[in-house]
Write a protein that binds this ligand. Structure first.
Ligand code: PGA
Length: 253
């Protein structure tokens, strides 16, 4: 059975001080023991959050990194730096990075391989925009993103990858995919993994749903067979709402 995975994507919110306060509140109020919990603050907030979470099993991740280890890449951070700072996870290719920073499938594939090589757990994101869903192209679009994402990634490596399906029309909009829509796409993604790696391996990969997941809708989304957790934006910025989602996963564990 796959361990539920709940990750908070803080986006460009919470300074080192405010982030440390939220991390401390999450650590103190958390009662779950079966869920893998991760918070992903802005890179500058990593150090204070890592310090606040010391001694807890809550993991820390960043929201982006570069493909190279060091060098003349102004403004970027490397996987090695992320790891040395105490983070173990990295969100990659979030739709906001695809949209505002021009990240492509090939670039996200390269970043995923780099994260794996260094020992970080990559959380690459896929998802269709509203027009693509309206045109009935969502399955094709996401399938192509997933195929590009896993290109050249071995069977041993893929089980360490946590894939996030985030329909772009549901991110920050308050509109959520229905549990059926989420399950349909998660099953498609697992099918692609099965074709590429066989079902034993595909069954090990966690596939998260993201897009306006909140305490009110978490249980029914997480109850779906192929929904193994959530990537939470807005609702991860308060300890109580984030932990309510963690608790929904804990109950299903
Ligand atoms: P949201 O964001 O929960 O605020 O919709 C999710 C995400 O973008 O990861």
């Amino acid at each position: 059975m796959r361990t539920y995975f709940i990750a908070g994507n803080w986006k460009m919110n919470l300074s080192p001080k405010a982030g440390a306060e939220l991390a401390t509140a999450i650590k103190e109020k958390n009662t779950s023991s079966k869920v893998e919990i991760v918070v992903c603050p802005p890179a500058l907030t990593i150090a204070s959050v890592v310090a606040s979470l010391k001694g807890s099993s809550i993991g820390v991740g960043v929201q982006n990194m570069y493909t190279e280890s060091s060098g003349a890449f102004t403004g970027e951070v490397s996987a090695e730096m992320v790891q040395e700072a105490g983070a173990g996870y990295v969100i990659l290719g979030h739709s906001e990075r695809r949209e505002y920073f021009g990240e492509t499938d090939a670039f996200i594939n390269k970043k995923t391989k780099k994260a794996l090589a260094v020992g970080l757990t990559p959380i690459p994101c896929v998802g269709e925009v509203l027009a693509q869903r309206k045109e009935g192209k969502h399955i094709e679009v996401v399938s192509n993103q997933v195929k590009a994402l896993i290109d050249g990634i071995s069977k041993e490596e893929i089980s360490k990858v946590v894939i996030a399906y985030e329909p772009v029309w549901a991110i920050g909009t308050g509109e959520t995919a229905s549990p059926e829509q989420a399950q349909e796409m998660h099953a498609v993604i697992r099918g692609i993994l099965t074709d590429a790696y066989g079902s034993d391996t595909a069954e090990q990969v966690r596939i998260l749903y993201g897009g306006s997941m909140k305490p009110e809708n978490a249980d029914e989304l997480l109850a779906k067979k192929d929904v193994d957790g959530g990537l939470i934006g807005g609702a991860s910025l308060k300890a109580d709402s984030f932990l309510a989602i963690v608790n929904a996963a804990e109950k299903l564990s």
